[in-house]
Design a protein around this ligand. Structure first.
Ligand code: ATP
Ligand code: MG
Length: 246
């Protein structure tokens, strides 16, 4: 077993005897603003791993497949090893975060239709926003022709909207509104595009449906306090949720 990659939130290990799989172990660390702000709390890795696991399992019932294969202990999961697209896809149902700041729009304003945005995964450049045309014309997806890139971005956009509708329902069932979220995808050995990485309060903005209280990483970014309590509460709600059925 070898450590293949260590990121800010997870370690990725090989799995002995299963070359198409990797083990993703969730760490207790918490970072924001391209890792300029760092923190952690005990059991954070365990909580996020269990949240992501429950979400991936619920997504299957909405017809959405991910890289998730099985749980391994309480802070790791076995997933299909994918070739990751160097993109982060963001879907927004209300204006918040960087969009609110950049355009000077009040946080919380609902959007007329969900917005799908692409960010180029590059730490040195702080993951800049890119247009589909930039991705195509600059050849930002390695090994793909311009027309293949075009097709991939079209299917990503459709997938993002389908995933958004499923996640809105899943979070609604536990009393949370999905304000926005980020996801990553990769291709498996058969060339299929699969949801990868994680869906957790690190990657979603989640507001309580009744009180508007934040239950996500903004508590850490903005020093609102109660970070650990919020993550614990998200997991508690998902665990006690009876359905999550479409
Ligand atoms: N199924 C998968 N196969 C291969 N790599 C994956 C898979 N799912 C997620 N990854 C990658 O594993 C890494 C997970 O680590 P982590 O989330 O800690 O990274 P990070 O610090 O956010 O850095 P990065 O900028 O690389 O995402 C990410 O680079 C992610 O893209
Ligand atoms: Mg990450």
């Amino acid at each position: 077993v070898t450590l293949l990659y260590e990121g800010k939130a997870k370690q990725v290990f090989s799995v002995s005897g299963e070359p198409d799989l990797v083990r993703m172990e969730f760490k207790d660390s918490l970072t924001a603003f391209n890792a300029q702000k760092k923190g952690d709390f005990p059991a954070k890795g365990m909580i996020n791993c269990q949240i992501a696991t429950l979400i991936f399992q619920k997504l299957i019932r909405h017809g959405i497949e991910s890289h998730f294969v099985r749980s391994e202990g309480d802070r790791a999961m076995i997933v299909k090893q994918l070739i990751m697209l160097p993109l982060e896809v963001v879907v927004r149902n209300r204006v918040a975060g960087s969009l609110a700041e950049r355009l000077g729009i009040a946080e919380g304003k609902p959007v007329r239709a969900p917005i799908v945005e692409f960010y180029y995964k590059n730490d040195a450049l702080a993951d800049p926003l890119v247009t589909a045309e930039q991705v195509e014309s600059l050849g930002l997806l390695p090994h793909l022709s311009i027309s293949q890139t075009h097709e991939v971005l079209l299917s990503l956009q459709a997938f993002a909207k389908k995933l958004n509708q499923a996640l809105i329902k899943i979070w609604q069932q536990v009393g949370l509104e999905l304000v926005d979220f980020k996801f990553e995808v990769g291709t498996d050995k058969d060339g299929r595009l699969l949801l990868a990485d994680e869906i957790t309060p690190d990657s979603c903005r989640l507001w309580d449906l009744k009180t508007q209280e934040k239950f996500d990483k903004d508590r850490f970014r903005r020093d609102l306090g109660g970070v650990a309590e919020a993550y614990h509460e998200v997991l508690r709600r998902l665990k006690t949720d009876d359905g999550g059925r479409p």
